[in-house]
Design a binder for this molecule. Structure first.
Ligand SMILES: [Zn+2]
Ligand SMILES: [Zn+2]
Length: 109
């Protein structure tokens, strides 16, 4: 039997209504603001950590944070002219180490 995380790609999960509902709830919790720079433009919900086998919407609210698209790209290690600009999730696994360090730094602010 296929493992659960092989049934749906991450990109597919992010289009799932169950994720969209969680995403809306987190943005509302964070008062429609980026938790890093307080911008209200282009908000994304970022997973502070990834656990094997969990769907995007199965995380605890503590693991989710609202970031604007700029801060989100930064957290994922993509710069302004990165070619994955429109999909900050695509290359995520390569940046996992940096991601954890950057988020740890961010949380200290
Ligand atoms: Zn921001
Ligand atoms: Zn993210």
């Amino acid at each position: 039997m296929a493992r659960r995380d092989e049934l749906m790609t991450y990109a597919e999960q992010l289009k799932d209504p169950r994720w969209l509902a969680v995403r809306d709830r987190i943005i509302m919790r964070d008062m429609n603001m980026c938790r890093d720079c307080h911008s209200g433009d282009n908000l994304h919900v970022h997973h502070k950590r990834y656990l094997k086998g969990l769907y995007a919407w199965e995380y605890s609210e503590r693991d989710l944070i609202t970031l604007c698209v700029k801060c989100h790209r930064f957290v994922h290690g993509l710069n302004e002219d990165g070619k994955d600009m429109n999909d900050p999730f695509v290359r995520l696994p390569e940046f996992r180490g940096d991601l954890v360090r950057l988020v740890a730094r961010m949380n200290k602010r």
